[in-house]
Design a protein around this ligand. Structure first.
Ligand SMILES: Nc1ncnc2c1ncn2[C@@H]1O[C@H](COP(=O)(O)OP(=O)(O)OP(=O)(O)O)[C@@H](O)[C@H]1O
Ligand SMILES: [Mg+2]
Length: 433
């Protein structure tokens, strides 16, 4: 079971989905039993050399009371510090259509990161499609391989959900409520926004801060996803011998990774509208960021897989051959003019369109800076073409910029690979909060 907070009552399952810390290593389960709630800590998770003891107790009363009581010891306990080992090693695992990517970070001084290692393993085509895990065995094999190849020893993992499978909603609730009261309130509100039965849903929330229009109120971010989608990812990680402790949303993870970079822009990036464009294998993900908030988000079905298909058609290669020759730039003379350039023009057009959509569907009329990421961002000539067609200053981002680089990392290769690792890096950062 996912190591989040998970209480089951009359089939209402709750899973801690976002925002976690050391306390997340505790999971618990609530079952109803003749008017009493049996409360069992499922936990016994290996934690360094320690085992977390399993506790059991019984509470009579209503579910709501039980939840109120239950969250308290959870919040009060920080297991990391209890065992003198805060932020135990954790890997960020990005499971996407073309590959599984892994990143492990450590802390290099206060608020600074060190890239310990990163690696990727390709996935067979169709193993992950539209963000769904279609073949658990193939994907968990790839996770096992990437873990081994990377040389990490971390057994804890942070995973991401594709944004299209998560419903997020900001709601306003009265301020001054305890977290426990909020929890009850959020669940009541959630049913209005979620088009599935609550028993099929994993739910979590986070208080963002005071509401803009009513300082008495607070803005709360609610996130919900189909339980089966969480369970598929958990199954993949567990089958590969890992313990998933954090489940985030891919676009949130990518944003966390670029937030570090945006503050390095002139004037700390304040009041700047930054377009983050990730061109992957199947999908181009567009997020518009302003002062740490996502103001617009969209996915377009465009990616490097199309270029690979063009190569397959043009040169009669297998998909795998085409993919490897594309990356190695090992194709006949006519390739640039006949195949690559038209693809790059299409890519630039997709970006231009994405910006037009942003202008027509929001009150905003400008983009100040374009950050290009995803595996395709490194294709030679793309960033210049995008800057030329959109007339916006554009650069390729590395999520590891400004980080210390560990001795196991080959820096030259990192420069080529880094832009595809935004999500994996953002997930790995969750080791620290
Ligand atoms: N050096 C390179 N040169 C050209 N193309 C590359 C290079 N590196 C990666 N790519 C392409 O980038 C794409 C993979 O990017 P990325 O890893 O961001 O995608 P993904 O996250 O698996 O896909 P999606 O987000 O669409 O599910 C592939 O089409 C791959 O061929
Ligand atoms: Mg991706």
């Amino acid at each position: 079971m996912y190591r989040g907070i998970s209480a089951t009552y009359l089939q209402i399952a709750r899973v801690k989905l976002l925002y976690t810390s050391g306390i997340l290593l505790l999971g618990f389960n609530v079952t109803i039993n003749k008017g009493c709630l049996n409360v069992g800590f499922l936990t016994i998770f290996p934690y360094g050399n320690h085992q977390v003891p399993s506790l059991d107790w019984r509470i009579c009363g209503t579910f709501t009371q039980a939840i109120l009581i239950l969250r308290r010891p959870l919040l009060a306990l920080d297991l990391g510090s209890l065992f003198g080992k805060k932020n135990p090693p954790l890997v960020g695992l990005d499971i996407s259509s073309s590959s599984v990517k892994l990143v492990e970070l450590s802390e290099a001084g206060k608020g600074k990161f060190k890239l310990e290692r990163y690696a990727a393993e390709p996935l067979p085509r169709g193993a992950v499609a539209d963000g769904n895990i279609e073949n658990i065995e193939q994907v968990s094999d790839a996770v096992r391989r990437v873990w081994k190849k990377s040389g990490t020893r971390a057994k804890l993992a942070a995973l991401g959900m594709p944004p299209a499978s998560v419903i997020t909603k900001k709601i306003i609730l009265p301020g001054g409520m305890s977290e426990e009261e909020l929890e009850v309130q959020v669940e009541a509100e959630a049913s209005q926004y979620i088009p599935f039965a609550l028993d099929e849903v994993s739910l979590d929330f986070d208080v963002i801060g005071p509401a803009q229009n009513g300082p008495e109120d607070v803005e709360v971010l609610l996130a919900a996803t189909r339980k089966e989608k969480v369970e598929d990812r958990v199954a993949v990680a567990e089958a590969a011998g890992l313990t998933p402790t954090v489940m985030d949303i891919e676009s949130y993870a990518a944003r966390a990774a670029v937030d570090r970079l945006i503050v390095q822009l002139p004037k700390g990036g304040q009041n700047q509208i930054v377009a983050l464009i990730q061109i992957g294998a199947q999908v181009t993900h567009v997020s518009m960021l302003l002062d740490g908030q996502v103001i617009y988000e969209r996915e377009q079905p465009f990616g490097g897989g199309q270029l690979t298909q063009d190569i397959v058609r043009m040169y009669g290669l297998s998909y795998e051959e085409a993919e490897s020759k594309k990356r190695a730039n090992d194709l006949p003379d006519g390739y640039k003019n006949e195949v690559l350039d038209p693809f790059l023009e299409n890519a630039a057009l997709e970006v231009t369109r994405a910006i037009q959509f942003f202008f027509t569907s929001t009150p905003y009329t400008r983009v100040d800076q374009l950050l290009l990421a995803g595996g395709c961002a490194v294709i030679s000539g793309l960033v210049d073409l995008v800057a030329d067609r959109t007339k916006i200053s554009a650069s390729v981002v590395s999520p590891f910029q400004g980080m210390e680089i560990g001795p196991d990392v080959r820096e030259k290769q990192l420069r080529i690979d880094a832009p595809a690792y935004l999500v994996a890096c953002g997930l790995a950062m969750r080791r620290f909060g």
